[in-house]
Design a protein around this ligand. Sequence first.
Ligand code: FMN
Length: 176
Amino acid sequence: MTALPPDDLETLAAHIADRLTTASDTRRGAWRTPVLATASANGPRARVVVIRSVDVAARRIEIFTDAGSHKVDEIAADPRVALTFWDPDTGEQLRVAARAYAVADPTLVDARWSDIGSAGQALYGDGPAIDRRARFVVLQAVWNAWDWLWIADTPHRRATLTWTDDGRRETSWIDP
Ligand SMILES: Cc1cc2nc3c(=O)[nH]c(=O)nc-3n(C[C@H](O)[C@H](O)[C@H](O)COP(=O)(O)O)c2cc1C
């Protein structure tokens, strides 16, 4: 049987926030590995990433990456990114529009570097530890819109949630 999604927008917003938070905490959840799209000089570029943490109050998703990857230069040139999540078990897609940046604060980056441990650190470069640390980049993406779609049953449901510059959230159902 298909679980019905929330039918009021307030509960839906809480449901999506909860799913995002759980995804970053759960190794095998479908929403843990969204597709991150950036703008490049050659057109859009998209790739799968792992979301490492979610701060709902700050509207922030954290991702770790390698300084040599395309996304780092692309985000520096144009911070507008899209993250697309899909869960085949619940039939839910979430499209997130955000602005991303590489964290400059070395204390925060050091803390995340320490958190990933030696197995995680080994994924960055193949030189001595100090060089590997230089390759490690923490990206933060602050969302300003969600587009949620549920297709597990008919009729499908779709909603948009957008945040204004002063942080107010506007929500509406839309015809899928
Ligand atoms: C399941 C999965 C998880 C991945 N997680 C990450 C990640 O968290 N960070 C990352 O930079 N690349 C990750 N990758 C690799 C990216 O998809 C991509 O190949 C790499 O980041 C280079 O992309 P770019 O040069 O376009 O930035 C992952 C790939 C897969 C298949």
